[in-house]
Each structure stands twice: as C-alpha cells, then as structure tokens.
Design a protein around this ligand. Structure first.
Ligand SMILES: [Zn+2]
Length: 203
C-alpha cells in the first residue's frame, strides 16, 4: 500500500492518497519541512503512484513502476544542487525536457530536491514553466526554507508541510530498520542525529 513503508506524517499520507485516488493532481507542489524528515521519500512514492499505469497505485508491477524502481523511468527525474547551487543552465535544460511528451505514462513528474538552492535567475526561469505548465507535468519542489522563494513561485505551488518525527515514530524506524527492541531515550537522541546523516532520511 502506498506510503506503508514510510514512518510519520500520517496526515500527509492521507492527503496525498486522496490526491492520487481522486486523480486531482496539481502541476506544482512545495514540500516544506526541516531537513532529513522524509520529504524526498514521500515525493518519490507520490511520483511513482502518479506515474503508475494500474488502478491500485503504485502497483509495483507495471512497466512504469518497474522502471521507476530501477531508476530508468523516462517520465521521472530528480534535480539536485551541485556545489550547493541549482543554476539557471540546469533549470533551462529541465524546462526543455518538460515540453517533451511522456513516454510510458500519461504524465511526467519532476522533483527538485533542496530547491532553495536555486539561484534567483534559476527561479525566474522555472517560473515560466510554473505559469504555463504542459497539462501532463507535475513538479515537486522540496525545501527546508520556503522564505527564499520568489512570492510568484510560492503562490503557484500547493504547499504541503512536513513535521519532525516524534520519539515514538523514531523508535518505530529503529525497530524496523535495525531490529532494536528496547530503546532508551538517550539512544533516540543519538539516533535522531544519525538518521539525519543517513540516506534513508535524506530530504
Ligand atoms: Zn504500477
């Protein structure tokens, strides 16, 4: 089931599930919240479900899902900062690709991770696409700092706010991933710091 492997932010799971089930998918989202609390995991699962070709989304068995899991889905892409910056050239390259029609699915999804690293010029370039997106495209901006964006970018995105994991949720992650049983509070604090460094929690 969608999001069943992700711990925490239960309300957002319901919200995103509803968006998928009602097929009421916006052109642009902004996932906002502190670093390392699972925003990228959510965005990827959401993207996979949007692109899935079957009714039960994500089915994990259609061409789109299989290609997604093997990082080969031509209708999906993640843009990441390079040397703490997303420059205009990268956004220009991306906007060109946006206008190429989807290949496997009926839609295309792009994630811009750590999108607050976009330069002002890059934001202006992205704005043009956000103003007139092709009907099949969804862009997810992931950020820990929404204040850095041009107001015109913010106003075009549907904002979804993510919360930090509670101690209880963190415990669940440790039990699931590392098979820990009894976890004292001090360990949770250390784990919280370690999780932030681990890829599992990136985004
Ligand atoms: Zn599928």
């Amino acid at each position: 089931m969608i999001f069943s492997d992700i711990v925490g932010n239960e309300k957002n799971k319901e919200l995103l599930k509803h968006i998928i089930n009602s097929n009421n998918i916006a052109h642009s989202y902004m996932f906002v919240g502190k670093d390392s609390i699972g925003k990228l995991l959510f965005a990827k699962e959401f993207a996979k479900a949007i692109l899935c070709l079957n009714k039960e989304k994500p089915c994990n068995s259609c061409k789109s899902c299989i290609e997604f899991d093997t990082y080969n889905n031509p209708d999906f892409s993640i843009i990441e900062p390079e040397a703490s910056s997303i420059k205009i050239d990268k956004i220009r390259e991306f906007t060109k690709k946006v206008y190429e029609k989807p290949v496997v699915s009926s839609r295309k999804v792009y994630i811009i991770n750590d999108s607050n690293y976009m330069t002002k010029e890059a934001q202006n370039s992205l704005l043009k696409t956000l103003e007139e997106p092709p009907e099949y495209v969804t862009i997810i901006l992931i950020t820990s700092n929404e204040n850095i964006f041009l107001p015109t970018i913010k106003s075009r995105c549907t904002k979804i706010l993510f919360n930090k994991l509670t101690d209880e949720e963190l415990k669940k992650v440790l039990q699931k991933e590392y098979n820990y049983c009894d976890i004292p509070k001090t360990t949770l604090k250390i784990a919280d710091r370690k999780c932030k460094k681990s890829n599992k929690f990136k985004g």
